[in-house]
Write a protein that binds this ligand. Structure first.
Ligand code: HEC
Ligand code: HEC
Length: 215
């Protein structure tokens, strides 16, 4: 409980009442009143967030310091590092060897061009790996949960900024509409954003907190 209390203190305490914002991609942020989401409900939201984060449409990019994107999920048959000897390097965009954008080209704003199976996915932004701190591939629910609630490793964002960022992210829009026979991430972007907010309002409960409380 001590840990949860500490985390609550670093949250902005402006969540009185309900605040609604709409983003240009029609993802709505609705923040329930402080104290209105129980830890149990927050943990259920976390379970769904984890199902999304560990899905291949997310974890294939969220890899660690070997800088190697992954090919995994039903459309790939087996789990293996990206073919073609791709390594994103410390730049995380392949600047040291071959740029991701050589194959993962910009769509412009059309968002189109992902219809063909086994073609390189493309979005209306630079295709690249997230920072090493946000590595999720092969990690447990507990580890990913600890990463995402840690401002040192989540891009310094509180959960409302996180939810808003996700709502605007073209890569996430792709992850739910990948095309080309790829399996979309589970739930929907709106549901994922709602879950992030509920999890945050509940004080970022992680599975390991429950174990610690009981022990
Ligand atoms: C093409 C690679 C790629 C894919 C696929 C991808 N991401 Fe990311 N992700 C990134 C990059 C790059 C950043 C850093 C961008 C930033 O912080 O502005 C990032 C940052 C994030 C962050 C910010 C917090 C943190 O810990 O740094 C979250 C949360 C996130 N992604 C969630 C997801 C989810 C959920 C999915 C799947 C639905 C997903 N990502 C799929 C590349 C990807
Ligand atoms: C030589 C062309 C080429 C380059 C360069 C390249 N890729 Fe790819 N990438 C592909 C192709 C083709 C696929 C899809 C393969 C398939 O579906 O069988 C792919 C798929 C992926 C996937 C899996 C997406 C998913 O979930 O289905 C990720 C992640 C990825 N690339 C990341 C990167 C990153 C990061 C870089 C730069 C460091 C990069 N790629 C550079 C050709 C390339």
């Amino acid at each position: 409980m001590l840990r949860l209390a500490t985390l609550t203190m670093i949250l902005p305490l402006t969540l009185v009442g309900s605040l609604a914002m709409s983003s240009e991609n029609s993802v709505t942020l609705t923040v329930p009143a402080e104290g209105s989401v129980s830890s149990e409900a927050g943990l259920e939201a976390w379970t769904r967030i984890h199902q999304v984060a560990s899905h291949p449409r997310c974890s294939n990019c969220h890899v660690g310091s070997d800088h190697r994107p992954m090919w995994s999920g039903p459309s790939y048959g087996r789990t293996r590092p990206h073919g073609m000897n791709i390594n994103a390097g410390e730049s995380r965009i392949g600047a040291e060897t071959i740029m991701c954008s050589t194959c993962h080209i910009h769509t412009g704003d059309t968002g189109r061009g992902n219809e063909q199976a086994h073609a390189a996915p493309r979005v209306a932004a630079d295709w690249r790996l997230p920072p090493v701190e946000a590595a999720w591939f092969g990690r447990t629910s507990e580890e990913i949960c600890a990463q995402l609630r840690d401002p040192e490793r989540n891009g310094g964002r509180d959960f409302i900024e996180l939810a808003d960022h996700l709502g605007h992210d073209v890569i996430l829009h792709w992850a739910w509409t990948p095309g080309g026979g790829r399996e979309p991430a589970p739930y929907s972007l709106q549901e994922h954003v709602n879950d992030i907010i509920d999890w945050g309002v509940a004080g970022f409960p992680c599975p390991q907190d429950m174990t610690e409380d009981n022990g």
